[in-house]
Design a protein around this ligand. Structure first.
Ligand SMILES: [Zn+2]
Length: 111
């Protein structure tokens, strides 16, 4: 079978060895932020390209990539610290990223 996350060969499993390792690390460090996670990933001895593929994979199709999940977790923590109800989810983060609205705010529309 192909790994559901990175597309590499995964034997009889749904995910390959590397993705399973990264997944476990991600789950045990959820909410600790991207820099911390990247450090943990690197220390696990997984190749940088593999880490990138993992971050860009969608655990559930259309529901946002792993990177979106991490960003949503961070946004929710921030909102929580400000006393707001968490309202960010990976799907929303994905939409924002795809629209790219924040990037083009200060630019004139193309003519
Ligand atoms: Zn994989």
């Amino acid at each position: 079978m192909r790994c559901r996350l990175c597309g590499e060969s995964a034997g009889l499993r749904l995910r390959c060895v590397d993705c399973r390792r990264l997944w476990t690390i991600w789950q045990s460090h959820r909410g600790e932020g991207m820099p911390r996670l990247l450090r943990e990933f690197a220390e696990a001895g997984v190749a940088p390209e593999q880490i990138e593929r993992f971050l860009d994979a969608e655990p559930r199709r259309g529901q946002g990539t792993v990177r979106d999940h991490i960003a949503a977790d961070m946004a929710n923590q921030l909102l929580g610290a400000l006393g707001q109800r968490p309202s960010q989810n990976p799907g929303k983060t994905k939409k924002l990223r795809e629209i790219g609205a924040w990037r083009n705010y200060d630019q004139r529309p193309e003519e």
